[in-house]
Design a protein around this ligand. Structure first.
Ligand SMILES: [Zn+2]
Length: 276
């Protein structure tokens, strides 16, 4: 069930939109990044790790969206880190009584039923500007940027040549911009892609939050593909992008996300009084 993608780095792929949980070997246990979606899957992952004698000593959520902030009691009580902005956004989201129903509205009902909600969103924010995940294992650099979600972070495990991209650089999902929390979502997204491009040298393995693991050549290819998509969005065009094609994930799902993004951006420029 766990698949090694680099020395000391394993992934577990969820049924839900090819979500990748990432396990990194440290000295006294493992770091678990974006643990998974379905309760049963996380329980099985916990059992696998226990049988391998690998306690979870730290967790990390790349961003505060529901499919990245879940946990299972069987994984233990290690600190679950995220950027300060990620933790704050999760806290805000859960700050009133109606939060669960509100979050569930955005989740396919059959998936929401199979989730374990008990430990949802309990993220420990790392102080702003924290360069590395505090744990006893290979250095994991935090590459925070303003795209997709507040406090979104990619993680670079330099010694292993692995880039964990969170919800950037996916081969199945188009870039989904954060239209609510930022003044210039297009420019923010392009800046984030430039930031990832800046760390791309030396990356041999790219692990997106959803989709297939890529090799060295995929890092720049996916950066280019995402950039082309964002440029098209900025020009209010529909690009020819395989992720929007007839054989793409969920058929109508991504075209409808694309339409929503076009609409959302059009609404913004009207409000700003700027053309295009
Ligand atoms: Zn996601």
């Amino acid at each position: 069930m766990l698949r090694q993608v680099a020395e000391g780095v394993l992934i577990h792929e969820s049924e839900f939109v090819q979500s990748n949980a990432v396990v990194v070997h440290g000295r006294a246990g493992v770091l678990l990044i974006d643990p998974g979606v379905l309760g049963d899957e996380m329980a099985a992952l916990a059992t696998d790790l226990r049988e391998l004698g690998l306690p979870v000593v730290a967790g990390f959520s790349t961003h505060p969206h529901w499919d990245h902030v879940l946990w299972h009691a069987g994984l233990g009580a290690a600190p679950r880190y995220g950027t300060a902005r990620c933790a704050a956004a999760a806290r805000d989201e859960m700050s009133d009584e109606g939060w669960k129903a509100r979050v569930a509205e955005g989740i396919p009902p059959d998936i929401a039923e199979q989730m374990s909600w008990d430990l949802f969103g309990l993220i420990t924010g790392l102080p702003d500007g924290t360069a590395r995940i505090p744990w006893d294992g290979p250095h994991v650099r935090i590459v925070e940027h303003q795209a997709h979600a507040p406090g979104h972070a990619a993680l670079l495990i330099e010694e292993r040549g692995v880039l964990v991209a969170g919800d950037m650089l996916s081969d199945v999902l188009i870039p989904m911009l954060d239209l609510d929390d930022t003044a210039d979502p297009i420019e923010d997204y392009l800046a984030a892609l430039r930031l990832l491009e800046g760390v791309a040298d030396g990356v041999d393995v790219l692990v997106p939050g959803h989709g297939s693991v890529g090799g060295a050549d995929q890092v720049r290819a996916r950066i280019d593909q995402d950039r082309a998509y964002v440029h098209a969005l900025s020009d209010a065009r529909t690009p020819s992008d395989p992720r929007l094609g007839p054989s793409a994930y969920g058929k109508d799902f991504l075209p409808s996300v694309h339409a929503r993004q076009l609409q959302g951006l059009a609404g913004r420029s009207e409000r700003d009084g700027t053309p295009g």
